[in-house]
Design a protein around this ligand. Sequence first.
Ligand code: ADP
Length: 177
Amino acid sequence: MEAKVNGCILRLVKGDITKRKVDVIVNAANRQLLPGGGVCGAIHRAAGPELAKECAEIGFCDTGEAVITKGYSLPAKFVIHTVGPVYSGSEEDPKLLSSCYGNSLKLAVKNRLDSIAFPSISTGIFGYPIEKASKVALSTIIDFLEKSGKPSLVEMVLFSKTDFDVYKNTLEDLLKD
Ligand code: ADP
């Protein structure tokens, strides 16, 4: 599914983010920037050991912030590592999750990267309910595109059909307003 926002494409894809041939993919990282499990483990496996080396040199990234590295053996040229909140039910959760998407998009534009793919940040091991997370993710991306008119392609890459359907319903709702 695809939508046009201020001349840019916002696309929902069901698949594996490590296979996306875009300028930059986003990693749902941890604050220590260690390989770990989930999508983070998959990205590190596909990129090769040099990615963990560069992450170790950076050393730390706070929740809601983002840092950039090269993509090494990935089809994507770069990786933006952002740390989502561990879901707690507090009002900080959506603010921090929104910062992850906003700061990643800012960093991509700053580095003149014109296509970016996101996973569903925080909705795996970090426990963020996916319906709530999908609203934060998509509304933050849409706001950013409306304000800046770039990057020209933003993908949300959903690993399962169920996750894809949740994002699809949320996007359809947001486009109605
Ligand atoms: P977090 O710790 O931020 O919750 P996870 O990696 O546990 O991160 O999960 C984030 C989302 O990424 C989950 O919905 C999970 O199903 C999904 N995911 C796992 N592997 C991949 C992959 N290779 N490509 C895209 N999404 C993935």
